[in-house]
Design a protein around this ligand. Sequence first.
Ligand SMILES: [Zn+2]
Ligand SMILES: [Zn+2]
Length: 489
Amino acid sequence: MSGYDAAKAGKIISVWWDMKDCPIPEGYDARRVRPSIERAFKDRGYTGPVSITAYADQTQTPCHVLRGLSSTGVAVAHTRPGSTCSHMYRDMVEWRGQNPPPATIMIISDQVEGDFSWDLARLQQRARYGLFLAYSMKQCNDYLLLCFANCRWEQLLEEEEGGAPLVADLGFSPAPMFYCKSCNFDCQSLNMFRKHLSSYKHGQQEAIKPPNTKLLSVTKSWARNYPATPEHATAKIHVLWDMKGCPIPEGYDARRVRPSIEMAFKELGYSGSVSITAFADQKIPVHHLLALSSTGVDFAHTVTWVHYSCMISEFVRWINDNPAPASIMIISDEVASSKSRSKLIGRRLQESNYKCFLAYSVRPSETPLLVTSAEWLWDSLLAVSETRRHILQKCSESERVVASSGMFSCKLCYCDCKSLDAFNKHLSSEEHTKEEHRINTHSQSFPTRHRQFKISKYHDEVGYPPKTKRMKKAPRKGFLPRTLRFTRR
Ligand SMILES: [Zn+2]
Ligand SMILES: [Zn+2]
């Protein structure tokens, strides 16, 4: 039974509802909101008890609406205009802390896209709840969140139109609760609540305290060093290495890449088998290719336009073949720092129990979307085998463990070759040249990409972009803070 199936069977469902964004339609009986939401869940197989909290400036809500909601066990929270979203978010985070999965959550709001979805996408990678969204005017369209449904609020209410009972029939009737978020006040009677909202004390609180308008991101302060859990300690690890952003440094022996990565994992308690695929959209020197292949590193040829999509396709393919628990490592500046490049990966991490690791040559200026168990600076990671040469000698048994040598593949033609000779033959074949030309011409038709193409062509002519200077400038606060001096030829 997956976590989501378990969440369906009788586990709690918690709903946070922004009444200003998604109001009760005129003429609609407030007592029908709860049964409508319950029925929507039931139709999808979710049978657990539903708790609902309605947020708004409740001084503006008519008394009969408040009565209708509270009589059906909907909790009512007063928030000041502009601060509803941040209060809802804070309450949801607190609730998650007290209610570990499996469980289901629903957010009814027009303001999920942005800081909300970014932070929730990270929360969901660590603790996976079944997630439902509803909106009235503005749908969350950034695709950071993996959710089971993102439906229109009005539609959710309409679903009930067939004459469903006015009263919840789950045998679960939570005590009506009223909260004032401005004063941290709560009570169980509507009269007392209304009295509070019109009191001098409440008015004074709101006059003194500035409204809580900024959504507090709770995952930004998360630490990144998480030792292996028993279920992940021996699970498989797949490494996707973007050689464009994180190249082999000059003078570095490419045969040391694999042992360096393996050793970094071992230090954290991960000893599962490691497979590595290196992606490059430019020519890689033959001695590097042979060195990588001899240590069982697969090599994938791409072109600029499809470089990252090839990496992401490979990620999806591997995840499909290797169910969780397992781990994935991404070595790439671009994927680490770009929300759009990493969102598909992030959604898969919200789905199943995979651990994620990142390495980059420059620390991203913002917290990555991907929740990681460890992050490294690429040069520090490569230095692992440098500083532990004696261990490397022993560890070169990892070369023996890798019985077969790495494969060479062309991601443009979906062609796999077992030897470098066969691979080179493929790259100079007419079939490949045609395909590469087709992709390049197609992509160049986009003006924004034309500049990118010229840059990449220039790099092809002169070799790698000058990375060394950037690497020196990078803050050396990596998880493995070791310095590395590359010997130059
Ligand atoms: Zn108050
Ligand atoms: Zn090809």
